[in-house]
Design a binder for this molecule. Sequence first.
Ligand SMILES: [Mg+2]
Length: 297
Amino acid sequence: MPGEFDLIDWIRSQHKPSAFVPVPQGDDLAVLKWDPADLLLVGVDQVLDGVHFDSAVHPPRLIGRKVMNRNLSDCAAMACLPAAAVATVALPRGIGIDYAKELYLGLRDAADPFDCRLVGGDTASWDGRLACTVTVLGKSAGIKPITRTGARPGDGVYVTGPLGGSILGRHLTFEPRVHLARELARTGLLTAMLDLSDGLSRDLRHICRQSNVGATVDAAAIPIHADAAELSRRDGREPLLHALHDGEDHELLFTASDTPPVPGIVRIGTITPEPGIWLSRDGSREALAAEGWQHSL
Ligand SMILES: [Mg+2]
């Protein structure tokens, strides 16, 4: 793209020195000094204009922040620490270098609080719409990764915050629960965990299927976000349904053998030996279907 070298020079000028990145930016690959005691966890996530955001409405800084935070939230889901990331950006031709800089600053805004270094990337222009992909490298740093496969009958099911209505804006501004996940994992009580990206009804299914168990969820216990209530006023759909089925909350959903002594978590149900997910409500129970989910726009 025209000005690409200006952009690369500018990005390099933004970097802070770090013992973790012993070779200065500008080589063919980034070089990282990895502690041999750490497991390396790797994930990748992309956002596409018209699917995960709308570039006609959402500013580039928030778009960059969202794609980085989706990756950081996956680090939280495994209770690892994000250490470094690389990014690719496909820019609509002619959009300009200032737009690209804002996108980069959004990536950095999200990564900086976790000391996660953006150590490389690639930018190109094309005739299509904006697309941005981030690959994150996480380190276990003394905590065994929490997977989706360890839930056992009798475990409690918990979430870390209120759910629903993220489409009103939180899908762009959520805070990845990296430190909270580490605090929870350190208790040794967690048996399975993920971050809520597809919605509670779908994501709980992932844990149950991968752990070969079922679950009962107590409708009255589910924390409902004010955004779910606001959305309900607009679309007439019950706030509980938004909390159960809306995506992109990016709170943690986890199971634990006993309630971890950590503030802010809410128990919403119990793991059962028989498969199937049930919603108990007003003294009766109904099968909790995983409803179709659409990306927020
Ligand atoms: Mg995830």
